[in-house]
Design a protein around this ligand. Structure first.
Ligand code: GLN
Length: 289
């Protein structure tokens, strides 16, 4: 696909698909995952309520620095490495974050936290933006603004190689594992199947490897990483059940100045192929070993 077509397709897709699975936005909103959480203590409290008002005056909490929140448990988008692009943090998102800051004559800093805490930390003013392979959903749009989407993904099922699961409906009587607060959890909730939620993708995959569950529902690129790292697993897709999702960067509602800065950089990097090159680079690197 030509790059310009790809950008247009991304934007169009984002406009059309604000739901994670099966066009079931209302239900997704009702099940209230990440954004509804009230455990503000999950986000550090050194910069809390009241920050909002002060911050409307400045674009970022620290002048010259964009503080990005992430959850570095989501390869190839973010993971901890001995020599990352921003401190010890590496991956597609980290490289994009660094370039967004540099394009605006700023530096990028990273705060690593649980995925569930990101939107709260954003609203508290602890971080300026969240970049975490985060899918744009209607529910999340109620509490934050999203940038132009930069990546299209879908939910997939990871199963043992000899599994008889071929479609999402085959999960009905199986033991399902998801990661808490991910769109995969929302999808399984929408399907109405019971499941067990883990804090980390690696934990869910270990359950599968150890035969304690039958299937893990998770984002496509991350699934590929887990399958290449663990023998005896395969990916099963079901595009009728799992619609495509768009990853975008979240900012506090109304922080249009920062959003514009981020969008300009993201759109330029989509148009010149930088983001697609990063996708190739990190997919190869993280699946090599
Ligand atoms: N794309 C999924 C979501 O937004 C998972 C993101 C992540 O784990 N970093 O929920």
């Amino acid at each position: 696909m030509k790059k310009t077509t790809k950008v247009a397709a991304l934007v169009l897709a984002a406009a059309m698909m604000m739901t994670a699975c099966g066009g079931n936005a209302d239900q997704a909103a009702d099940t209230g995952a990440a954004a509804d959480a009230t455990n503000a203590d999950a986000a550090n409290t050194d910069n809390e309520a009241g920050a909002d008002a002060e911050q409307s005056a400045s674009v970022t909490k620290t002048e010259g620095v964009i503080t990005f929140g992430t959850n570095a448990e989501f390869p190839p988008f973010e993971f901890v490495a001995s020599n990352g692009v921003i401190d010890q943090y590496d991956g597609i998102d980290m490289a994009i974050a660094k370039q967004i800051a540099e394009d605006n004559g700023m530096t990028a800093a990273v705060e690593n936290m649980e995925f569930d805490s990101l939107l709260i930390a954003l609203q508290n003013g602890q971080i300026d933006a969240a970049i975490a392979g985060m899918t744009v959903t209607e529910e999340r749009l109620e509490s934050v603004d999203f940038s132009t989407p930069y990546y299209t993904a879908t939910q997939v099922m990871i199963v043992k190689e000899d599994s008889d699961i071929a479609t999402a409906a085959d999960m009905a009587d199986k033991k399902i594992c998801v990661v808490q607060g991910y769109t995969g959890e929302i999808c399984v909730q929408d399907l109405g199947y019971p499941y067990e939620a883990f804090k980390k993708g690696t934990e869910a995959v270990m359950e599968l490897v150890n035969g304690k569950c039958d299937v893990v529902v998770i984002d496509s690129a991350t699934a590929q990483k887990y399958v290449s790292d663990n023998e005896g697993l395969k990916i099963v897709e079901d595009s009728e059940t799992f619609e495509s999702e768009e990853y975008a960067i979240a900012v506090r509602k109304g922080n249009t100045e920062l959003l514009d800065m981020i969008n300009k950089a993201v759109e330029a990097k989509l148009a010149d192929g930088t983001i697609s090159d990063l996708g190739v680079k990190y997919t190869e690197e993280t699946t090599e070993e």
